[in-house]
Design a protein around this ligand. Structure first.
Ligand SMILES: Cc1ncc(C[n+]2csc(CCOP(=O)(O)OP(=O)(O)O)c2C)c(N)n1
Ligand SMILES: [Mg+2]
Length: 572
């Protein structure tokens, strides 16, 4: 029987979706039947993953999309399964990551009028007035599939919106009666449903930016997520090397620029100090960034000229957002950078050549100073294990191609600085603020890039947010082993230090009883071992780091099982 459920599954397959991360309920009878029927008849369908927690399903789709650029599907149970996606929806929304979310609704009939009508008590309890309202503030599109006749068109429309800039999650629901209803197959022409083409800059903007880059004494690019498209990183490298433009990463979610390139001027997270490169810049191109600086801490010179290029320069999902840019452009970073580079090459650089060489020397010197500081910070301090030393040791052991997922909270800047990534697509953060992404994302990353060594680095508090029992159970079941490194600083440092920073001579400064510590500490690695047979290490001294990483990598790469290193680090 060809039902709306069959049509839905067919739409996912023809859209090129590889994974359906599913947490099933009684609303999904038609989909479970359609999957079984497809397998019986040998019809190709996406791979179905059993995911015991919805937030992990969402994070897996998030990680998969970050590595592949493509949306995957997540199927959850009515309104409560939607609630259980929790902050993982926020992460995909804030990180502009495309995900197709699907949910059933409670049956809409109760007398057996239609197949799928209510037959369990819970269907009264789970009936709510506005199920789509649960995620409406976070998705780019929400809709209800009301008929089988156009179910496929609605799925393709949703995916098109998810994958067009500014990208993000989309949410579709359908009642059990609709999913169970018989319908006729619809032929879809895939090329009619492609994402909207990337936007370019107007010629006048290209000329103005090219001219300003040549004329400036200290031109600087500030970016956070330009590297989501590796081609944009390549374009930025060409432009910055040719014109000697500095690059500052602010709260980077991706590898935006090779961090060992002489034009790279470092990254800034929550460090409580004015950034030097930002202060001395006289022309700044903010490109693909949500938080280019934090004005109460670090800001550009009031005389600096600023232009802004972004897929969503108005930041419509952020009630408070502005920067003092003289011009804002809605454009794709890669397209815009290539346009500017072409314009620069078509014009004459002769007049600017002395200026370009002077700033090249300047930025190279600054970069060398930064590299020396980084090397100094990560040296062995023998008595204590620092996060810098640990990160450097992991970096040296995993190589340049490993995929690192960072959710290190008060160590975010340490991971970005000391991982020293050189290639796009080798370091990610969620792009959102809801902790717990890195476990599911590691599964998704490993599925998207099965040959890669995947390494998740997170805080001890964050590890508990990831639903480690679900994550490590999945890692074994689906053969997606990864290395997880925990910066164990005894609990939640961020809120503790935040309170002390705000009240330096308040009561918080006179006590350790701030309800943010985790003593007695859980056996973090033991949780993963019990759930998925992971290899577990616990270390607290610098001399233990190397051998522990070696054993952990032997487990991941040799035995193909996950490994968790619980590293007791000095408080940051
Ligand atoms: C889902 C979610 N709940 C709560 C918070 C608030 N929060 C921000 S940082 C933090 C502490 C995280 O602890 P840990 O991972 O150990 O990092 P640390 O601060 O110790 O570096 C918390 C609870 C959050 N960001 N997300
Ligand atoms: Mg912690």
């Amino acid at each position: 029987m060809y039902t709306t459920g069959t049509a839905l599954l067919e739409a996912l397959q023809e859209a090129g979706i590889d994974c359906l991360f599913a947490n099933f309920g009684s609303d999904h009878t038609a989909i479970i039947e359609a999957v079984a029927a497809a397998r019986e008849s040998g019809q190709p369908i996406p791979r179905v993953f059993t995911v015991p927690h919805e937030a992990v399903a969402m994070s897996a789709a998030h990680g998969y999309a970050q590595l592949s650029g493509r949306a995957q599907a997540v199927l959850v149970h009515v309104e409560c399964g939607t609630q259980s996606l929790a902050g993982a929806v926020h992460n995909a929304a804030k990180g502009r990551v495309p995900v197709l979310l699907l949910a059933g609704t409670s049956p809409a009939t109760q007398e057996g009028e239609l197949r799928g009508s209510r037959n369990e008590f819970i269907q009264w309890i789970q009936d709510v007035a506005d199920q789509r309202g649960i995620v409406r503030g976070y998705v780019r599109y929400d809709h209800e599939i009301r008929f089988g006749a156009n179910a496929k068109q609605i799925v393709h429309r949703a995916l098109r919106i998810a994958e067009s800039d500014p990208r993000g999650p989309v949410y579709l629901v359908a009642s059990r009666e609709v999913l169970e209803s018989e319908t006729s197959p619809v032929v879809i022409q895939r090329e009619h449903w492609r994402p909207v083409a990337p936007a370019a800059l107007a010629d006048s903007a290209v000329g103005a930016i090219a001219e300003a880059l040549l004329a400036a004494r200290r031109p600087l690019v500030v970016t956070s997520f330009l590297g989501r498209k590796p081609a944009a990183t390549h374009a930025l490298v060409e432009l910055c090397r040719e014109l000697a433009v500095g690059v500052l990463e602010s709260v980077p979610n991706y590898v935006n620029y090779p961090t060992t390139d002489p034009m790279y001027q470092g990254c800034q997270w929550n460090e409580r100090q004015q950034n030097e490169a930002l202060a001395e810049a006289d022309f700044i191109v903010v490109i693909d960034s949500d938080v280019p600086w934090i004005p109460t801490v670090s800001r550009p010179s009031p005389d600096a000229r600023i232009v802004h290029i972004d897929p969503d320069p108005l930041k419509l999902q952020m009630p408070l957002w502005y920067i003092p840019a003289e011009a804002s452009y809605q454009a794709d970073a890669c397209t815009a950078l290539s346009q500017v580079l072409t314009a620069v090459r078509q014009g004459s650089q002769a007049e600017a050549s002395a200026r370009i060489e002077e700033r090249r020397v300047h930025y190279e010197r600054r970069h060398a100073e930064l590299a020396a500081r980084i090397a100094d910070d990560e040296r062995d301090r023998s008595a204590v294990l620092t996060s810098e030393f640990l990160t450097a040791a992991v970096r040296d052991a995993i190589g340049e191609d490993a995929v690192v997922l960072s959710e290190a909270v008060t160590n975010f800047h340490v991971v970005t600085r000391h991982m020293r990534r050189t290639r796009p697509g080798t370091l990610f953060t969620s792009g959102g603020g809801s902790l717990g992404w890195c476990g599911g994302a590691a599964i998704g990353a490993k599925l998207a890039r099965p040959d890669a060594l995947v390494v998740a680095m997170c805080g001890d508090g964050t590890y508990l947010f990831t639903q480690p029992s679900t994550v490590h159970w999945m890692a074994r079941r689906y053969a997606t082993p990864f290395l997880q490194v925990i910066f164990n600083n005894g609990g939640w440092s961020a809120p503790r230090e935040g309170a002390r920073g705000m009240h330096p001579s308040g009561a918080v400064s006179r006590t350790d009883q701030l309800d943010t510590d985790f003593s007695p500490a859980p056996d973090y690695g033991g949780i993963a071992a019990a759930a998925g047979g992971a290899h577990a290490e616990r270390i607290s001294r610098p001399d233990e780091v190397g051998p522990a990483i070696e054993r952990a990598l032997a487990a991941v790469l040799g035995e193909r099982r996950s490994a968790v290193i619980d590293a007791r680090v000095a408080a940051s």
